[in-house]
Write a protein that binds this ligand. Sequence first.
Ligand SMILES: Cc1ncc(COP(=O)(O)O)c(C=O)c1O
Length: 375
Amino acid sequence: MRPEKFLLEKYLGKYEFSAPHLLCTSDCQTMSVSELLSLEAGADKKFMDLGLGYTEPDGLKELREEISDLYENISPEETITFAGAEEGIFVFMNAALSAGDHIIVQFPAYQSLYEIAISIGCEVTLWEMNEEDGWRPDPGFLEQNIKSNTRAIILNSPHNPTGFNFSKEDLEYIVNIAGENDLLLFSDEVYRMLEFDPEKRLPAVADIYEKGFSLGVMSKAFGLAGLRSGWIATRHQATLEEISSFKNYTTICTSAPSEYLATIALRNRGHIIDRNLGIIRKNLALLDSFFENHYDLFEWVRPVAGSIGFVKLKDCQSSESFCRRAVDESGVLLLPSFVYEFGDSHFRIGFGREDMVDSLVRFEEFIDKNLKTIF
Ligand SMILES: Cc1ncc(COP(=O)(O)O)c(C=O)c1O
């Protein structure tokens, strides 16, 4: 069976490269190749001398060393690289799941986290998050919904689109449930390292659970989505071998220039993440006062991590028509909740980029001008 259309990617694809004011993107501020290379003496010469042959199927050795350094208990051999996180999700689902398996997926979700499993023939239960509880899903739901054919739990924390992050206690509870029921635990951690309070950073699932899989990528916290460089870390050798074999049918190996550049970025991660968290903190302060000024129009559950949040429209008929008007009439791109198959009352806002301040000004102008016809 083929996966259904990817609603979010279709919507973004339509507007992202034409709308002048992007106010919903999830990737942080990017940088040029020369900016990145300037972070390390001699890197520009090495980059120009790089061979463009095939690379190692599981990833460049130096890159896997840097990736393993992000974890407490993961060796380079317990990592595998992909063309973005998207390939990691696709390959994991195909390698680890079979038709008839049941999985439980935190919801709303980045669509591939459930759609690929559905296309394989899996039975999918959505684990809904509660807006009234700061988007925390009820942990008790898991035990009530595990069945004899349940094979995996799929998490995303920090979360797209709400900016929710599990507490350490909740994560521990989920890991225990997975362990007691011998389940795989796939954790999409692509927004990790963007916790506003570093104390709130969760342990990586791959570090604390033997059947855990941590998904990471250069796109979000590092702002390097154009590298298409992602990875999975896991200590579960049998599934890792399946994943590695399946990758032979997707990309075989990833791009040599990207793997080199990703290695440089990971080696200099302190600098890049500090810069991006600085942008996020500045933007969040602007959003706080914006939502305070417009409390009659919007409900804003302040994110605790990441570069995006999910805003509820009060007394507005349709977030889709609201967002379409914003982009068509003012060039301000927001992401309506229908792309998450999550009703028609919310939209995603993004705050990881330097030009957010200008986009917010345009958005405010759009609202002021159209107040009577929208709300
Ligand atoms: C939660 C989540 N997982 C995976 C991805 C895919 O990441 P990439 O574009 O780097 O493949 C995204 C992108 O938006 C995401 O938000």
